[in-house]
Structure formats: C-alpha cells, structure tokens
Write a protein that binds this ligand. Sequence first.
Ligand SMILES: [Fe+2]
Length: 267
Amino acid sequence: MNIKEKYIFDEVEAYRFGFGPLGPPLMSVFMFYLDGLVIDTAQSNMHQYVIEALEGKKIEKVLLTHYHEDHSGNASALSNFFNVNVYGHDITANKMGKDFKIRFYQLYTWGKSGITSLSPLPPLIETERYKLMPIHTPGHSKDHTVYLEENNGWLFSGDLYLGERIKYFRSDEKFKDQIDSIKMILEYDFDALFCAHNPVPEKGKARLAKKLSFLEELYGEVQRLCLKGYSEKAIVKALGNEKDKLVKFVTLGNVSFAQMVRSALES
Ligand SMILES: [Fe+2]
C-alpha cells in the first residue's frame, strides 16, 4: 500500500511518499517544492510517482538536506529527467559521488540512491520570488543542512526536528552536535518548520525549542546516572521504555534508544 499525498502550505507544496509493497509503509517522507526549487527528493522506491508529481512544473534546482537515502533517493533521477543541477553540502557531495552501503531495512523501506554529482551550495539560493540560505546543522548526520527563507519565516529542516520527544537515534547520530545545531538555528526567526517527516506549518520554532529542552534534559539525566556509576546498559534500562522495540527489531539495533544513550555518553 503506497502513500502519495499532496499538501499545500502557503506557496510551498509538500509531497508525502511511503512505500509499502506488503502493507502500510514502515515510514514516509516529504519532498517540498516552491518556485522552481525541489527540496529533498524522497525514496528511490517511489521514483515513478516522484517524477509524476513534478512533471510539467518549472524545475530549476534540486537541493538536498543530507545524503540519507530517503532524502537523496531520486536526486540522480530528477537531475537527469529535468536536466537540472543538484546542490548540497560538500560532505553530501562526497557521499553522493560514490556508491554508499545501506542496510536491508533501508533498502526495503526506501531503496538505494544513485550516484550523483553535486554542485556546491552558494551562500544564497535565489528564485524569482524567494531567497533560501543554506545553514550547516550537523548532528543527525555530518552533512546535515537546512534551508531558511527568512522573509517568509520558512525553515526546510530536513531531519533536524522529527518530533519534540524523539525516541531513537541511528548509530551515526551525534547528541551534542544536534543540541548545538538546534540552539544555533533557534537564533534565527521562522514560524513554519518544513520537517521531512513531520511538517509543522505554524509555530514550528516553539516546537523545535521544545525538542531542544527534551534533548538537554535527557542529556543531563544520562550524565547524572553515569556519574553515579551506572553502566550504559543500566542507563538504557533506567531511562528507556518499550517505544523503540519495533524500530530496534526492524533495524537490527541500528536505530534505538540505546543509540541515544551511547551518543550522549560519547559527547
Ligand atoms: Fe536522515
């Protein structure tokens, strides 16, 4: 049961895609469009629907928030089909310039991203009506970059937000970097948070601030228990709940609450 949905927030078009050959999709992802710009490209398992959604539109540039396959999945397909450049951070360009390995659950849920040659990000990306500023926000991944349209108060936030009280990390996420990146972004003004998995069209800044409080609190708790002599396992047991069970099982432990604790201890 695939998901293909379209939402309109002001002049921003949001397309939600989920791939589910054996039932409901495990996860879904948003691709955004405004005034000739495509921001993130959804999963390659849905490539024909992604092309269909954009066909007939003015397409001038494709921007990536990071290299993860649910964001970069159709970068190469869109670049070839619409004959446009794909832009991203230098680290994203390095990753996308060669084949990168993904796990089985990623292949099933999203599919692989094609090798893509990226153009370097200019300080400002201008369309006829808008100006987007790329801001490097490492933590979720090293290359993670958000795009801010200051005049309209729109933040295309990739995977910076996801939710106020997130329950798990991937094994490569960095706790302290996420806190620093969110703090830095909260210095800017915006209202709409165009998150790639959970868009918040109004009062998005307040929601991102709540996520920061949650992460800081959890970070403090982990440090407190560590100082009391708790092992990593004991901290996971003391602070965790069962909410990561399914995702931990499906990803063979690559995504879990334990990964959050590990990352907080490493910081
Ligand atoms: Fe991601």
